[in-house]
Design a protein around this ligand. Structure first.
Ligand code: UDP
Length: 327
């Protein structure tokens, strides 16, 4: 049995990862406290409810399943909230991850795939953000993820914990079969908010700032399809299973789109107007986050084939119209 412990497997990215792991022949064991995840999203393997801050619970789950690896998605991930409540982010993300890492090492589970973020780079305008770029986060979310990266490096040196760190750019889209999809409560992400506004489920979208130093004044992000993203994780797992060295990979496509460009594409995909208004900047937002890296393509053999903006919005729209989780 090739069990993989998936923390946050009831969340947006974790649930897609479980589907990809199952398709690749692994058994994904979801560990989730259901604070931001959904029981309905756990469809592809066993479920263990628990909190990363509960070390005894973690030890019991490691003992029960004896996983060959950990994929660690569970985290709080809202930039704005992290600025208002940094303690929550340091406790949940950093203390929780430290617990998980220590439990993994004690259980002799020494393969670890970690969800990090381009927010660890901070605001470096006109700089190509590759894996060697300096990490200067400008929000507590990014700082908490950078700290976990440091912990992983220390545990590799001291305990031989092999790890692959993925620094995500902006994850979007949904499973094309709409078995799982993106559903946050509250929702803060651009594309699902926009789709809600399009079909009247919520008020007009607010564009957070039009005075950035970009061609149309709105922030630029590098969007990557969630299915492409989780495919990279399966490749990362194989990388570790092959005994290769610990490595950091950016996951982005290198294409940047402004908020206004995302609105234009959404109008084209849905054939509906996007109600929006102009608002102030959101605290902690970087002007431009675009991945300058091809490392994942060259070294992992990653092929991000679904990550056109049109495909991501099409799949997100299908999920928006057909899928949902019960609270
Ligand atoms: N954004 C926006 N209005 C919203 C939500 C997001 O203008 O209601 C912008 C946000 O400022 C950023 C981009 O859309 O430039 C993507 O934001 P999101 O929260 O989806 O992801 P983040 O980049 O914060 O990880």
């Amino acid at each position: 049995m090739s069990n993989v412990l998936v923390t946050g497997g009831a969340g947006y990215i974790g649930s897609h990862a479980c589907k990809a792991l199952k398709a690749a022949g692994y058994t994904p064991v979801t560990f989730d406290n259901l604070v931001t995840g959904w029981r309905d999203a756990v469809k592809f393997g066993p479920f263990e409810e628990g909190d990363l801050l509960d070390r005894a619970r973690l030890d019991a789950v490691f003992a029960k399943y004896q996983p060959i690896a950990v994929m660690h998605f569970a985290a709080l991930s809202q930039v704005g909230e992290s600025m208002a409540e940094p303690g929550k982010y340091w406790r949940n993300n950093v203390s929780g991850s430290l617990n998980l890492i220590e439990a993994a090492v004690d259980a002799d589970c020494l393969n670890f795939v970690f969800s990090s973020t381009c927010a660890t780079y901070g605001d470096q305008d006109n700089v190509v953000l590759d894996e060697t770029s300096v990490q200067q986060p400008i929000n507590a979310y990014g700082a908490s993820k950078r700290a976990i990266e440091d912990i992983l490096r220390d545990f590799e040196a001291s305990h031989g914990l092999s790890h692959v760190i993925f620094r995500y750019f902006n994850v979007a889209g949904a499973d094309p079969e709409a078995e799982v999809g993106e559903y946050h409560q509250p929702e803060t992400h651009l594309i699902p908010l926009m789709l809600d506004a399009i079909d009247g489920k919520r008020d007009a979208l607010t564009i957070f700032g039009t005075d950035y130093d970009t061609p149309d004044g709105t922030c630029i992000r590098d969007y990557v399809h969630v299915c492409d993203l989780v495919d990279a994780h399966v490749l990362g797992l194989k990388w570790l299973m092959d005994g290769k060295e610990s490595r950091v990979f950016n996951l982005g496509t290198g294409a940047g789109f402004s908020v206004r460009e995302v609105i234009d594409h959404s109008r084209d995909v849905t054939n509906r107007e996007v109600p929006f208004q102009i608002g102030d900047r959101r605290a902690g937002d970087c002007t431009r986050l675009v991945s300058g890296s091809t490392r994942a393509v060259q070294e992992l053999g990653w092929k991000p084939e679904k990550s056109s903006l049109k495909q991501m919005i099409t799949d997100a729209w299908r999920w928006h119209q057909t899928g949902h989780y019960d609270a």
